[in-house]
Write a protein that binds this ligand. Sequence first.
Ligand code: NAP
Length: 308
Amino acid sequence: MSGIHVYDMIVVGGGPGGYTAALYAARAGLDTLVLEKLSAGGQMALTEQIDNYPGFEDGIDGFTLAEKMQQQAERFGARSEYAQVERMDLSAAPKMLETSEGTFYAKTVVLATGANPRELGLPNEASLTGRGVAYCAADGMRYKGKTVVVVGGGNSAAADAMLLSRVAKKVILVHRRDTLRATKVYHQPLMQAENLEFRWNSTVAELLHEDKLTGVKLKDVNSGEETVIPCDGVFISVGRKPATELVAGQLELDRSGYIIADETTKTNLPGVYAVGDVRTKPLRQVVTAVADGAMAVHMAEEFLAGGQ
Ligand code: NAP
């Protein structure tokens, strides 16, 4: 095709996996573009304190780490474009990506679109978001001295509850089972927090509100008994859903919607790689996302050299 610019690699999504792919690709001399909706970092940018990414002995906030990753990739010539991808043809040659800022073409594509918070699916959940309903404890400072409910039993809920217990007057952790799924490292600090109370075997049946949230109605999953808990905020931390709507029908997805790819990051389409939270994997962390980014470029270089 003449007259169009064909990148060696387009990375969709500027989280840690995406910018690591961009760093490795640019450093290897590949003509590389990152397409990002808003700003670098993805979900990581919303994390107040990251203590398990090596090299930062005092921890680092996710937004700063994201900026550093972007700047590092750009130092080697990767380009960033703020654009919303609207349609992709990943089987075409070159691969085509239609975006809010025009159409882009590439020989290889790295999908690093991540995963977004899962909703509870309650009436008024969407309209109360930002008015008492939140999906990210980074909003926690607004609840200084107030009572908040955290829903979920995984690492996110545990981390959110810990964070909120430092600012809120009282935190009530609501979980649908009688044990946490979160790793052991959280258990003791949670049990020891004086202003934190657990509601086991409970789900949120209703969000109570006037113009903003005023409380939640909990339902005991065993007895069916309902209790009203007045609160100022509810933090929903019940897992993620992968951002794969645009590739459904082109790429193989698992039952939860994650792109099926092993540690090679190869998808079912040649020259298309899935990195970070968007792919099937047992551990979704910054450190595993960045490893994927490096691997995708390794595989893409083989592909560009004529292998698979
Ligand atoms: P997760 O591990 O999938 O946990 C989701 C939690 O929400 C589970 O406890 C689940 O209950 C509960 N849940 C799901 N749907 C629900 C519903 N409709 N109503 C009520 N409860 C519901 O998700 P996550 O905590 O967001 O973590 C996602 C990934 O990020 C994980 O791989 C995690 O390890 C990682 N992460 C790591 C850290 C860290 O290491 N510092 C921090 C945050 C996240 P059940 O237990 O009954 O299934």
